[in-house]
Design a protein around this ligand. Structure first.
Ligand code: SAM
Length: 255
């Protein structure tokens, strides 16, 4: 562990805090402070105490933890859904994937990890400050350097035909970018859209009829966590409810 690295601290109630270690820095918890030097000495997997005695465990943030706690410009794709999108897109090391909009870069990080150093993520975002935040978030967490961040609406992009192994869309009106996205997608590969409302899903399916796209499936990803403190053992009373629908479509041969 060294200064500049991301650290996730967890308190006894399981609350998590993401921070970047810096020389002379101090982490402030509502039950006391800890100098960053002490966190560094404890190392990943270790434990520190605030000056008021609160115990905190020290961790290297997982991708899920990082995306949930990183700074956001737009709401990131929920990690459980981003992981499912990687599966629905059938991504593999070396794949090329087209994304819009970049937002805060949450989904970008999942795509980038799935395609690896030999792959490429080409990501379009129309709002400059979202793109800046996404670049900062992605570069601060990953050294894969396999993402092209492009400013602009995907509907205006100049893209080569049949160049991408997958298209991931997380934007309000995905039907506005379908023409460009479908043209750039390889035949028999997948386009996956992430949509919070079923009315959006219906509109997308309606608009998709003008394109060589076949619906594969529409699904929700539900995680039901449990409280396990024997003899107490039951589903948690507080759960993540609805996040979004995932729509998987496949490109067929036009002629
Ligand atoms: N998936 C992102 C993440 O995990 O951080 C969040 C995406 S956010 C919900 C939607 C983003 O799409 C916004 O930043 C918005 O500016 C952008 N957007 C909307 N329409 C767009 C378009 N036609 N082309 C590119 N970006 C677009």
């Amino acid at each position: 562990m060294r200064f500049g690295e991301w650290v996730l601290l967890k308190d006894v109630k399981g609350r998590a805090y993401l921070l970047r270690l810096r020389e002379g820095g101090v982490f402030g918890h509502h039950r006391g402070n800890v100098p960053h030097e002490e966190i560094l000495r404890a190392g990943f997997g270790g434990r520190v105490r605030t000056h008021l005695g609160e115990a905190l465990s020290v961790h290297r943030p997982s991708l899920e933890e990082y995306v949930l706690h990183m700074r956001r410009a737009a709401t990131p794709t929920y990690p459980k859904d981003a992981a499912a999108m990687v599966m629905l897109l059938d991504l593999f090391p070396g794949a090329r994937v087209l994304e819009a909009g970049t937002g805060s870069g949450g989904l970008t990080l999942f795509l980038s990890r799935a395609v690896g150093r030999e792959g490429r993520v080409v990501s379009y975002e129309k709002r400059p400050h979202h793109l800046r935040q996404a670049q900062e978030n992605v570069r601060a967490f990953s050294d894969l350097d396999n993402v092209d961040f492009l400013l602009g609406g995907l509907e205006e992009a100049q893209l080569p035909e049949e160049a991408f192994d997958g298209v991931a869309l997380d934007l309000m009106e995905p039907w506005t970018v379908l023409e460009k996205a479908v043209r750039a997608l390889k035949t028999d590969r997948f386009l996956v859209a992430y949509l919070p409302n079923i009315t959006q899903v219906l509109e997308l399916l309606e608009r998709a009829q003008a394109h060589p796209l076949a619906l594969e499936k529409v699904l929700e990803v539900q995680h039901r966590t449990w409280d396990l403190r024997p003899p107490v053992a039951h589903p948690s009373f507080q759960q993540v409810g609805h996040t979004a629908f995932l729509v998987q479509m496949r490109k067929w041969k036009d002629s």
